[in-house]
Design a protein around this ligand. Structure first.
Ligand code: GLU
Length: 556
């Protein structure tokens, strides 16, 4: 009679290492007792989801603040779903947001760390050691069922309203004798390897989740596939082996994995590996017509992290927004610590909400406006330049052609008690300031000046002509405004709006109207940033040129 040894040797002829060898090869990390080892373990199936950025941020922050390790691992065992090149791209986007792994997979030809390879498809030999062990202790077995047999089983279970799956009495191949198994393998019958669960779905298991507390879940009894016919393990099995040998202390992942937790616990126990701690993070939701649903790849542009990068949301605004979703006390901390970097905030599991976090694009925009407004113009200029280099080349060319010019523009109404807050993202900037550039100004002129049609054109021409002929620019804003007021009586305009409002018939307009004529002459728009700053930045020659152009336009 053949033994499990014979079976294990037949299936894994080349596997000579044992679990003990692996334990020696990947010894415990030399870290302080409370240091957390966390990971981000994406599958290379496309783009970085905003939810993944969120879980990575939490995982990374927890590792950093405990002097632990945050690493990346590419879970690429599902080769059918793989999109070539997407693995490296995911990591690049993560790093873009300042989430720099201490070790792990960085790209298909770059990884760092002593616990690798960090790409699952390169770890087949490691998984086989553990599977061989499970075979030897009778906790794994070859399954010869083909697709039709499995489909039949499913149909039968559905028809009889039985819990679906390959388990217990329905797990046909778990009852084969070793002799039968060996004979079938030798006869060349295709097979995969399944885990042999000893669980029962009538039982409950107790599990502790760092966020959710003590949970009672249904015990696993499914004999899940652990080794596929392509020689690679399934996700459930691979992640467990990796988290064990890479010494993950906390598995921090989306709550969509909570339902598979009993399988993972069953596997950990069968392998006799200590359980790591678990924290299932809330999934990011979206409200639509009063209903909540998961942020969806297909429907929501903000589900892809690339959206924020391309639109030019400042990365710190996106991160700070995600921190507000992660911990309810973040906003208060931020208000009290305006000058501190967000990395000073201490993240904790017990301040994490249990409900799905509701995604709010407008809130990111508000955070971005607040944060951008507090920066020095030069800093904003550097950020803008880096963004424009990738996403707005024509603007980039303009920026580098005259950096002092754009810095002066960005400095308008900045470094004041109430700085202006009109930019939420870098892509907001150009449309608001492009009139400063002469080529753009010419295009705006083509589109037409926004003159106030209720005012007499001749009067506007006279005022602009007078302003041009007497042009000087006081070197502070309030003196300049006094000068502007001084013009008013010459044209029967009120020097202040209060007087005008009291006695509208007595005047043709007020000082605000004169400012408005100037504004339209210089920008073509009724609304613009601070007029005094515009005059100062354009400089006398350009101001005179634009006033001439405006007068010409009014004369037509
Ligand atoms: N590879 C899994 C995913 O794509 C990782 C889940 C986990 O963190 O355990 O989401």
């Amino acid at each position: 009679m053949a033994t499990l040894h014979d079976l294990a040797d037949l299936i894994f002829k080349d596997v000579t290492l044992t679990i003990e060898d692996l334990e020696k090869k990947f010894p415990p990390r030399n870290l302080a007792k409370d240091a957390m080892v966390t990971r981000f373990a994406p599958s290379p199936t496309g783009f970085l989801h905003t939810g993944s950025l969120f879980t990575s941020l939490v995982s990374y922050t927890l590792a950093k603040q405990s002097n632990g390790v945050f690493y990346t691992r590419l879970e690429d065992t599902d080769t059918k779903r793989e999109i070539a090149g997407s693995g490296a791209n995911l990591i690049k986007q993560l790093e873009f947001f300042g989430i720099n792994p201490d070790e792990g997979y960085l790209s298909d030809d770059k990884e760092v760390g002593n616990y690798g390879p960090y790409k699952q498809s390169l770890r087949a030999d490691i998984y086989k050691v553990v599977i061989k062990h499970l075979l030897l202790i009778g906790r794994a077995y070859p399954c010869f069922c083909n697709q039709e047999e499995l489909a039949e089983l499913r149909a039968y279970q559905e028809a009889h309203k039985i819990i679906p799956g390959y388990y217990g009495q329905y797990a046909k191949c778990r009852n084969l004798t070793v002799d039968e198994q060996i004979a079938l393998i030798k006869a060349g019958k295709p097979y995969i390897i399944r885990f042999k669960s000893l669980g029962d779905h009538n039982n409950k298991i107790k599990v502790h989740d760092e966020i959710r507390g003590d949970l009672e879940l249904t015990e696993n009894d499914q004999d899940i596939v652990i080794l596929k016919s392509d020689g690679l393990p399934t996700y459930h099995f691979a992640h467990l082996v990796d988290d064990h040998f890479m010494h993950t202390t906390h598995i921090t992942r989306g709550e969509e994995w909570l339902s598979s937790l009993p399988i993972h616990i069953d596997l950990f126990n069968a392998c006799n590996f200590p359980l790591p701690k678990y924290a299932h993070l809330p999934v990011i939701m979206k409200e639509e017509n009063g209903n909540r649903r998961k942020l969806s790849k297909r429907k929501d542009k903000e589900a892809a992290v690339s959206f924020f990068i391309e639109e030019g949301y400042p990365k710190y605004a996106v991160i700070e927004y995600l921190l507000t979703l992660a911990n309810s006390n973040y906003e208060m901390w931020r208000e009290e610590n305006l000058d501190k970097p967000y990395t000073d905030f201490i993240l904790s599991f017990n301040k994490m909400s249990l409900d799905g976090a509701l995604f709010d694009l407008e809130k990111i925009a508000n955070i971005a406006k607040e944060r951008l407004a507090l920066k020095k113009a030069k800093e904003v200029e550097e950020e803008l330049k880096a963004w424009a280099f990738n996403y707005d080349k024509p603007f980039y060319q303009k920026i580098v052609a005259n950096e002092d010019f754009i810095t002066a523009i960005l400095n308008i109404d900045r470094e004041k008690a109430k700085p202006r807050k009109d930019y939420a993202k870098y892509s907001d900037i150009y449309p608001l300031i492009k009139f400063f550039y002469n080529d753009e100004f010419a295009k705006l002129q083509e589109l037409g000046y926004e003159w106030d049609e209720t005012k007499d054109k001749k009067e506007i021409i006279d005022i602009l002509t007078y302003y041009k002929d007497n042009y000087t620019l006081a070197n502070d804003e309030s003196c300049w405004f006094e000068d502007l007021k001084a013009i008013c009586p010459k044209f029967n305009y009120a020097a202040n709006t209060k007087d005008y409002k009291k006695n509208k018939e007595a005047y043709k307009g007020h000082v605000g109207d004169i400012a408005s004529y100037l504004r339209i002459a210089l920008t073509t728009h009724k609304n613009s940033p601070n007029l005094y700053s515009i005059l100062a930045i354009l400089g006398k020659d350009e101001v005179i040129r634009r006033l001439d152009l405006a007068i010409k336009d009014l004369n037509n």
